[in-house]
Ligand binder design. Structure first.
Ligand SMILES: *[C@@H]1O[C@H](CO)[C@@H](O)[C@H](O)[C@H]1NC(C)=O
Ligand SMILES: *[C@@H]1O[C@H](CO)[C@@H](O)[C@H](O)[C@H]1NC(C)=O
Ligand SMILES: *[C@@H]1O[C@H](CO)[C@@H](O)[C@H](O)[C@H]1NC(C)=O
Ligand SMILES: *[C@@H]1O[C@H](CO)[C@@H](O)[C@H](O)[C@H]1NC(C)=O
Ligand SMILES: *[C@@H]1O[C@H](CO)[C@@H](O)[C@H](O)[C@H]1NC(C)=O
Length: 226
C-alpha cells in the first residue's frame, strides 16, 4: 500500500518535471522571428522574393503594438490608428532608430487575440485571414519586414507586421551598432533577444501548476486535511 503511494508521488513529480521542460522549451526562441519565417515561406511559395528581416522595423512594430494596447475589439481587430508622425516622433526614438535612415513604410497588418496563439495560428487566424491582408503580404513593392509582439498573462496579445519598400541596404538602423534602446516588454523580429512578455506567461503557468501539484501531494499524504 505504502509502496503504491510512493510510486504515485514519483510519477507525479516526473510528470511535473516533464511539464516544466516542455513549457520552458516552448518559451525559447522568439515568436516574432518565427512569424517572419512564416511570412517569407508564404511569399516564396508564390515565387515572390524574401523580405529582409529588419530589427529597426521590428522594434517599431513592437512600439506600434504597445501604442494600441487596450484597443482590442471583440472580433480580434485593432481599433487604433497611429498617425504617420507617431512613427518618426514616438516609435523610432523609443527604439533608437537613427532618423536619417528612416524609410518609407509600405504597409502594416495588426491583430490581437485574448489568448496566446502560436505564430502559425496567429498568422492564419488573426493576421492574414482575408484577401486584403493576403494581397498586402504578397505585394511586390515590399523589400523589408519587421514583426512586434506584446502580451500580458491576462492578455490580450498584440501582433504587428510592418513592411517597408526601402531600397537601400541600410534602412531603420538602430543606434549603438544595432543595439538600439532596450525594450522593456514584448519582443520583435531581427534579434536573438527573447520575449519578456511571453516568457512571463510560462512562468505564471508553471508556478500555478507547481502549487496545484504541491497541494495535491500534501493532500493525498494527509499533511493537509481538507
Ligand atoms: C470588428 O468590429 C468592429 C467594431 O467593434 C467593426 O467596425 C468591424 O467592421 C468588425 N470587423 C470584422 C472583420 O468583423
Ligand atoms: C484606442 O486608440 C486611440 C488612439 O488611436 C486612443 O485615443 C484610445 O484611448 C484607445 N482606446 C483604448 C481603450 O485604449
Ligand atoms: C511609400 O509607399 C507608399 C505605399 O506603398 C507609396 O504610395 C509611396 O509612393 C511611397 N513613397 C515613397 C517616397 O517611396
Ligand atoms: C499563405 O497564407 C494564406 C493566408 O493565411 C493561406 O491561405 C495560404 O495557404 C498560405 N500559403 C502557404 C504556401 O503557406
Ligand atoms: C549590404 O551592405 C554591406 C556593406 O555595407 C554589404 O556587405 C552587403 O553585401 C550588402 N547587402 C546587400 C543585400 O546588398
Amino acid at each position: 500500500m505504502m509502496l503504491k503511494k510512493l510510486c504515485c508521488y514519483i510519477w507525479l513529480i516526473l510528470c511535473n518535471l516533464l511539464l516544466v521542460v516542455m513549457v520552458s522549451a516552448k518559451s525559447h526562441g522568439n515568436p516574432a522571428n518565427e512569424l517572419v519565417s512564416i511570412i517569407n515561406e508564404n511569399r516564396t511559395a508564390q515565387k515572390l522574393p524574401r523580405l529582409k528581416d529588419n530589427p529597426g522595423l521590428g522594434c517599431m512594430a513592437l512600439q506600434y503594438a504597445v501604442d494600441c494596447k487596450g484597443n482590442c475589439t471583440a472580433n480580434n481587430t485593432v481599433s487604433c490608428q497611429p498617425s504617420e508622425d507617431d512613427f518618426t516622433e514616438i516609435f523610432a526614438p523609443n527604439c533608437g532608430v537613427e532618423l536619417p535612415t528612416f524609410d518609407n513604410i509600405s504597409g502594416h497588418i495588426v491583430g490581437c487575440q485574448f489568448k496566446y496563439l502560436e505564430p502559425s495560428q496567429a498568422f492564419s487566424n488573426i493576421l492574414v485571414r482575408d484577401k486584403k491582408a493576403l494581397s498586402l503580404l504578397r505585394s511586390k513593392e515590399h523589400t523589408e519586414v519587421g514583426v512586434g509582439l506584446i502580451g500580458t498573462h491576462r492578455g490580450p496579445f498584440f501582433w504587428c507586421i510592418l513592411f517597408s519598400n526601402g531600397q537601400t541596404n541600410s534602412t531603420f538602423v538602430l543606434e549603438g551598432g544595432g543595439r538600439g534602446i532596450k525594450q522593456k516588454r514584448g519582443c520583435f523580429s531581427g534579434t536573438i533577444i527573447q520575449c519578456s512578455g511571453v516568457h512571463k506567461i510560462d512562468f505564471f503557468l508553471n508556478t500555478f501548476l507547481m502549487i496545484i501539484y504541491i497541494i495535491f501531494i500534501c493532500y493525498s499524504s494527509n499533511i493537509i486535511v481538507l
